[in-house]
Design a protein around this ligand. Sequence first.
Ligand code: FES
Length: 113
Amino acid sequence: MGEPLDICALADLADGAAKGFEIPGGLYDGFVVRRGTAVHAYLNTCPHSGARLDWKPDAFLTRSRELIMCSVHGAIFEVENGLCVGGPCVGRSLRPLAAEVRDGRILITSDLT
Ligand code: FES
């Protein structure tokens, strides 16, 4: 397994906010959502058509920030597990990445190679 991918300091991502990141050499980019001291990360690809979820950098959430939203056809997903709970792909899920906070940094620990 390769080195974890260092995204940013936890303190640099506001509680409730999302941040996109590039996966070097990867087919897809990823994004992370902060909930207090927890982080949830997924590949940036919608299970409906495979499109990117964001329409501008870091725009991954509904206005209330309670759910992840795909900008293409409006599918909505739970932050904690990536399950689609509304829109054209209900019951399907985002592809999760293992993420953790270590020494104040957000790290992606999934094997990305
Ligand atoms: S591509 Fe995401 S809802 Fe259609």
